[in-house]
Write a protein that binds this ligand. Sequence first.
Ligand code: NAD
Length: 287
Amino acid sequence: MSARILYGKEFAAQIKESARIEIEKLKNKFHVTPGLAVIIVGENPASQVYVRNKHKSCEELGINSVVVEMAETSTKEELLAKIDELNADKNIHGILVQLPLPDAIKNHSDEILNRIDPLKDVDGFHPMNVGKLVTGSPALVPCTPAGCVEMLNLAGIEIDGKRAVIIGRSNIVGKPMLHLLMAKNATVTVCHSHTKKLAEVTREADILVAAMGKPQFVKADMIKPGAVVIDVGINRIAPKKLVGDVDFDAAAEVASAITPVPGGVGLLTVAMLMKNVVTAVKLQIGV
Ligand code: NAD
């Protein structure tokens, strides 16, 4: 194996440490304790794990964490009322609704997410925050793609002038990643399920981001020798076996650097959420 393995743990620790220092400052200088409310509707086991991890990180860093558990049968109106209450709560600076929502209200996801005050939208999904990202004045940016770019910075991997290819065009990963990499002066191509001759495109990438949700889809022969490979995918292929979108062992023979799954960018998502809570407080108190 020749590639440098980019373990999320060390980069997440650096991001969290700088958030911890900022939180101390907010408490000592401005007498503000950052507060994060996470709304979880129903009992999706994966969502429960994610919410627990977020809560634990908040406790580590001194963020006041409130987990709002709502019944699987909650209506859209009940959820909107809860968001209104949290929007008005001065002790809560960040609000997120854990996705996916139960089937009965899933179709209303946009309306529900858009109800969050954009200044408290720590997931960065509100159209106002999306617009700011696209127009180059980012405020609160989706945590997973922001974490990937932060990791490249911390790892000392140059983005400026590089050819980047993203596989996946979701609102959560692919599209924000396009804007973040373009803002760092990469030349970016976004591929998706209708892209023809995918391997020809991916082989041009100096930085290849896989965010498609297809287990081990990206094979070694789709990767340019020496490329940096960021694997965002999380796919469960057996009860206790998670893999990414990249065929890791073979890809590591070709790439110059690669993120593992698990243990890669997944850890950065929570770290960036902590950073976003700090940003949200600063936006709200105007410092
Ligand atoms: P999504 O299903 O919303 O989007 C998948 C994208 O992949 C789509 O744009 C689709 O066009 C593209 N795609 C699918 N098959 C393709 C193919 N054969 N060729 C080219 N493109 C193809 O998924 P998402 O929410 O963006 O998540 C993607 C993956 O990242 C999932 O495995 C998800 O679990 C993972 N994820 C991880 C984190 C994290 O914290 N690390 C966060 C979010 C998502």
